[in-house]
Write a new protein. Structure first.
Lengths: 171, 148
């Protein structure tokens, strides 16, 4: 009774003062559902793979999911990146002759992959559960010509990265 | 928002101020929407030359090559126990369905085929390579990408 009296009193007061009350209980419900949904999406997407700005992955069918992390090599319009670090320059998707060695690999990429391998070996020495990884993820722009892909693949193969995952946008 | 505690005769009304909670939620949701990735990324499994075949497996009696050409066609060559050369137009989805069917057929013919070798001419873009890889994955054969 007390509550009802207060409610009516409140209304009367609002009418007098022209004050409006916003019903935010339903809004709180919507926000809670949205938050739970976004948190769930965030936790299931444990492997954060996103190409840099400007890199457009091609669309692909019959793709598979990636369950474990691997070294990320990105080939964009202006350069080759390993784990988001700039490694080698490209001129409009093309490698210049000075960026390539005689064996068809890319010396600057080799250097970076050597470092990654050394780091993995160091961890593997002290931790038996860590093994030398043969997987690599390639995030390549859809306009990259095969002539640029070949030396990247050669460099990866030369460093024992034989299991390659080509990233595409799921259709 | 209010809640009643105790019996109706001796009720105590407690007001819960949910405005700061809403504020927190708004900031959290904005942050999450900004950081969320709406692109769904998938992957094609492939191997580099010389590393894919299992040394304990029987030597193959058939070999399959796919070469993507500058004129937006893909040539499938099968050598060994079965001989076949087919060309598919990458611009024509119906033509690419033919590649799907050929790959499925290869899978069902019980040939000793360990892998499919995929190569492309220098000017072929990655989009075309990804297109063909999608169709090659119809078979369960490992795809080896390289310069063949």
């Amino acid at each position: 009774m007390h509550g009802r009296r207060k409610l009516f009193g409140g209304r009367k007061k609002r009418r007098e003062t022209g004050e409006m009350s916003l019903q935010i209980t339903s809004m709180a419900d919507i926000f809670t559902i949205l938050l739970v949904f976004l948190l769930k999406g965030l936790s299931s997407d444990a492997l954060q793979i996103s190409p840099s700005n400007g890199t457009q992955l091609p669309n692909g069918i019959n793709t598979v999911a990636l369950n474990e992390p691997a070294i990320q090599v990105e080939v964009s319009k202006d350069g080759i990146l390993v784990e988001k670090d700039f490694v080698s320059a490209l001129q409009d998707y093309h490698l210049s002759a000075k960026e390539m060695s005689r064996d068809g690999t890319i010396p600057s990429l080799n250097e970076r992959l050597d470092k990654e391998r050394a780091r993995q070996k160091l961890i593997a020495q002290s931790n038996d559960t860590v093994k030398i990884d043969s997987r690599a993820i390639i995030l390549s722009d859809q306009k990259v010509p095969f002539a640029t892909m070949k030396p990247v693949l050669r460099s990866l193969a030369a460093h024992g990265y034989s299991d390659i995952k080509f990233a595409v946008v799921k259709e | 928002m209010s809640a009643n505690f105790g019996s109706s005769s001796n009720s105590q009304e407690v007001d819960l101020n949910i405005t700061p909670i809403i504020d927190c939620f708004t900031v959290l949701i904005t942050f999450m929407l900004a950081s969320a990735s709406f692109l769904s990324i998938g992957f094609f499994d492939a191997y580099t030359p010389g590393m894919s075949s299992d040394p304990t497996s029987a030597p193959p009696d058939t070999e399959a090559f796919v070469k993507i050409k500058n004129n937006q066609t893909a040539e499938l060559k099968i050598k060994g126990r079965k001989h076949l050369t087919l060309t598919f137009d990458l611009k024509n989805p119906d033509s690419l369905k033919g590649l799907d069917q050929e790959m499925k057929k290869l899978d069902s013919e019980h040939l000793k085929l360990n892998q499919v070798l995929l190569s492309a001419e220098d000017d072929v873009d990655y989009k075309s390579v990804a297109d063909v890889m999608g169709h090659l994955s119809q078979s369960n054969l490992p795809v080896v990408v390289g310069d063949f």
